[in-house]
Design a protein. Structure first.
Lengths: 281, 281
């Protein structure tokens, strides 16, 4: 039986994105701010907490040396700090982005999944956006799906979301919710429209019958303006919470609905795929 | 050089969807109405005309005998009628759905691409929705991409759109625009939201840098209410025209933009795919 067909009884999960703004190159300040964000989310009874991409480092790097100055391994105390901030509500998890120092001196744009006991899993971004390619090595593995007390959790980072192949992989691997740390550069859009990345998240959620929680940034860094598009999308593909100009988007989601891929008596979101024609598991 | 990287000079193409309502089981009336719709679109200088799914037959069948009574082969004069309606504006094409009679007595939910000389290509729907499975055999080939005077045209039918694998296939095969004859059953959505199928089309267009023209239906048939969601989506993923309560959605699109898959100096919508991790061409 595939993972996505295990029944999960109706389960309301509080998902909270904390749209905070790291300071480029200031690891200590960013660790403190991100840990405080976890703590405040726990105070609001969050089950799953999502932080932005590269939240401990900032994004708009100017040199490899600058990346190296903020890159950390999984042994860095920041992860124990996040775990400690979760300890008041065991079972809760945080997903946050960081610059990872690899074993050979290379760097990755990574996201950690951390629970009260420490790091559960790490994902190295596989689709690097634009100048990230100057600083980071692409990950060599698709993201994991992790069993948690609050359902199965997948992770993707920013530009990954624009590759439906990756989200499909996570859904087929059983993800109920995909946490997406992002830094969305502001792009033009027609008046009244949502950011295009949110439209893409809505479609991906609806098609795969999963929730998607995107945690973006506000403000600007070295001239790069961010979208502030933080949005929690439900299993039907509709925005359940947006941060707007605030720091927080929190929604209570029924993740049990993510295990139901049956659409009608004769239609099924996954079984109806024509893998005989286009491949895929 | 892959198809999608051939340059196409800035080319404004008039795409017109005609959201007409066939009468279930009345082939003669539907042929007349659909031919008239082609004629009226040509009178408005349309280059690419899209009609609904199963426009010559209706949709909510009650028996195989009923399907058989309206199923046609490509030799049926209706296609010559569509071709003739196009003859005042050579180079224009129409894409419309019909019930196809197969060689062994089986039926397909098909779409024909027709130009002033006749049928150019036929696609048999590969993802059958719900009770369509009672009446139709699924197609055994992915849809074609056809070179026309107005750019490269792909086709998909209704539920096909909810499988990003299929749209990706068409985009990689060089489609500038995907025509999507549909019959969208009305489903609940939050106030102020677009139909979910339109959100899915917007995301698919944006991700693949192609235009998508969905021609839906209005009204009801045997109790089934339709969405009336007809929308022409541009290469950036934004709706350029919607029919709303009218019969027509027409937009002038720059299809030359569909040949540009480069997003930034260091980012490319297709080259950035990680086919080493998830397969695909």
């Amino acid at each position: 039986m595939p993972n996505w067909s295990d029944p999960l009884p109706m389960k309301v999960v509080r998902v909270s994105c904390r749209q905070i703004s790291p300071r480029i190159g200031d690891l200590a300040a960013n660790v403190e701010m991100s840990t405080e964000a976890v703590r405040s989310a726990i105070a609001e009874s969050a089950d799953i907490i999502v932080l932005p991409e590269l939240v401990t480092s900032g994004y708009v790097f100017e040199s490899n040396a600058e990346v190296a100055s903020v890159a950390v391994t999984l042994g860095h105390p920041l992860f124990a700090g996040w775990a400690n901030a979760l300890s008041g509500r065991r079972g809760s998890v945080v997903i946050g982005g960081f610059a990872e120092a690899g074993p050979g001196g290379e760097h990755y744009n990574s996201a950690a999944i951390v629970d009260a006991d420490g790091v559960v899993a790490v994902y190295r971004k596989t689709h690097l956006w634009d100048r990230e390619k100057l600083w980071f090595r692409p990950g060599e593995r698709l993201p994991p799906v992790i069993d948690t007390a609050h359902g199965r959790l997948g992770v993707a980072i920013c530009y990954d979301l624009e590759f439906p192949e990756l989200i499909r992989h996570l859904a087929l691997a059983g993800a109920d919710l995909v946490a997406v740390p992002t830094n969305w550069p502001l792009v033009p859009r027609p008046t009244g429209e949502r950011p295009p990345e949110v439209v893409i998240a809505m479609a991906a959620a609806r098609i795969n019958r999963i929730a998607i929680a995107c945690c973006d940034r506000l403000g600007a860094e070295r001239g790069q303006v961010w979208t502030g598009g933080t949005t929690v999308v439900d299993v039907d593909g509709w925005p359940a919470a947006t941060a707007g100009e605030s720091d927080v988007a929190t929604a209570d989601l029924d993740l049990g609905a993510a295990r139901v891929k049956t659409l009608t008596d004769h239609a099924h979101a996954f079984d109806d795929r024509r893998t005989d024609l286009y491949g895929g598991g």
